[in-house]
Design a protein around this ligand. Structure first.
Ligand SMILES: Cc1cc2nc3c(=O)[nH]c(=O)nc-3n(C[C@H](O)[C@H](O)[C@H](O)COP(=O)(O)OP(=O)(O)OC[C@H]3O[C@@H](n4cnc5c(N)ncnc54)[C@H](O)[C@@H]3O)c2cc1C
Length: 444
């Protein structure tokens, strides 16, 4: 073996929230020292984990009406871990808190939605005891602009809680890395280092990058949509493709005091439009995200166009899956209208109809398209079932894991790190110890 090539026990590829949460967990809760991380850009969290690319929300499942109770239970367990981390840590450079807290509510408008929310409440309030069901007057006290200009005859109802966490997930990436380095100064972190090719040797992987070769017994790919492309290069995930769902946002001056969600259309895997205070400027309210398919693995980065098609696959199968998925009228209509939201002039005039479900008196002049804002969600298409799969996908192979993380991947990052760490320990034949008791005591 060439002595100059570093060889790790674990190499993490990708320095977004998923990769850095794992780096933190390995450093703080295991006795493993030989860990590396490579990130192709010059900083952590510059892709989907950047604050301008996502909705900045710690999702628990209490006001996300597209979540079943089982999904909410699962997401809450993992979001609680992030919440506990946020509550106990500060940003090292500024000493400031890593989050802001607001009220959050889901608003039902019209008799059908009100009925639906009433049915949901007894089930969800057991899991979320702080969730309160409130009527018009109370809604108006918390969010006056939700009532202003609204037809007094229109039925409305809301579920509300005080636990609305707004998070800059890029800053959280930095906090994870800072804390990881404090615990294990031997960590080997390489920015501006892009995985170009990965190959499997007898007892290790060789990762070729623009900065040379790395060797590692175990590799964890946390590269967003690129994870599937890398998986396919090693023969994994051949029956999967990606539908890359870009999300855009509109902004207004402050019209809400906290987060206000709308009721989800059940068939859609994407969050319904919501209004949130901007993480670094509460004088701005952000509405979105929209959802439209793009042929790129990274938004606003045309160099990922070819990579998208490598990931999608060029055979007939992914095309048939896609046709089957969009033959669903609800989804097709949704996608078409979402394309229009990004267009100049007409987009704003259509999108305001969604925003007015939350803020009826909003003026067109108050609404602005947030140019260059919004990332893309790598939604998995299963070519065997020809269905769109909701949530994250984890492919586990021979001493390798691929994490593909659409929303709410930032909220579940520590839960994901917990399960990856357990697998890594197995991959390394229990040579190292994962102090689960300490993890659970601190974060569960
Ligand atoms: C519009 C929108 C709204 C969202 N809102 C929320 C929300 O409110 N709450 C929530 O929890 N989640 C939300 N999400 C989802 C969340 O942003 C993602 O799940 C999360 O950021 C994924 O983290 P990641 O680390 O997997 O990916 P990323 O943050 O994209 O990081 C992947 C990293 O891998 C690196 N990489 C890729 N290829 C290579 C390579 N070849 N070599 C080296 N490095 C490489 C990239 O540069 C990048 O830094 C939203 C997503 C979108 C698009």
């Amino acid at each position: 073996m060439n002595e100059t090539i570093p060889k790790y026990d674990v190499l993490i590829v990708g320095g977004g929230i998923v990769g850095t949460a794992l780096l933190y967990t390995l450093s703080k809760y295991t006795d493993m020292k030989s860990v590396g991380l490579i990130e192709k850009y010059s900083d952590f969290g510059l892709v989907n984990s950047a604050s301008y690319n996502n909705s900045q929300t710690l999702h628990f499942g209490d006001i996300e009406t597209n979540y079943s109770i089982d999904k909410a239970r699962n997401v809450k367990r993992m979001a609680d871990m992030v919440m506990k981390y946020l509550e106990s840590e500060k940003d090292y450079s500024s000493g400031k808190k890593l989050f802001s807290k607001y009220s959050k509510m889901v608003l039902a408008v019209g008799a059908n939605q009100v009925q639906e929310l009433k049915k949901r409440y007894p089930v969800f309030s057991e899991l979320f005891p702080k969730l309160k069901m409130i009527e018009r007057d109370e809604i108006g006290k918390i969010e006056p602009r939700v009532l202003e200009g609204r037809d007094p005859g229109q039925e409305i109802l809301a579920l509300v809680t005080e636990d609305g966490y707004t998070v800059d997930f890029k800053r959280l990436c930095h906090s994870f890395v800072d804390n990881a380095l404090r615990k294990n100064p031997e960590l080997d972190i390489h920015l501006d280092t892009k995985l170009i090719k990965i190959s499997k040797n007898e007892d290790h992987y060789t990762v070729l990058t623009n900065k040379g070769e790395f060797k590692s017994s175990v590799v964890i790919i946390a590269a967003g949509g690129h994870s599937l492309m890398i998986a396919k290069s090693l023969g994994y995930g051949k029956n999967l493709a990606i539908l890359s769902m870009a999300g855009s946002f509109y902004t207004t001056p402050k019209v809400l005091n906290g987060k206000v969600y709308t009721i989800q259309v059940p068939k859609l895997p994407f969050a319904a439009i919501h209004g949130d205070p901007e993480v670094h400027n509460e004088q701005i309210t952000r509405f979105g995200p929209t959802a439209k398919p793009i042929f790129q693995l990274e938004r606003h980065n045309m160099s990922t166009f070819l990579e998208y098609w490598k990931t999608f696959g060029l055979g007939l199968s992914p095309i048939l899956s896609l046709l089957k998925i969009i033959s669903d009228k609800i989804l097709l209509n949704y996608i078409l209208i979402n394309f229009l939201y990004d267009l100049p002039f007409i987009g704003k005039r259509l999108f305001i109809r969604e925003v007015r479900k939350i803020v009826p008196s909003l003026k067109l002049s108050e609404l602005r398209y947030a140019k260059g804002i919004g990332g893309t969600r790598p939604q998995i298409v299963n070519n065997t079932t020809r269905k769109l799969e909701m949530g994250e996908a984890k492919l586990s192979g021979e001493k390798i894991i691929f994490n593909i993380t659409p929303s709410p991947g930032a909220s579940t990052c520590l839960g994901n790190a917990y399960s990856d760490t357990s697998l890594i320990i197995e991959f390394l034949d229990n040579k190292y110890k994962f102090n689960k008791e300490a993890f659970e005591k601190d974060l569960m």
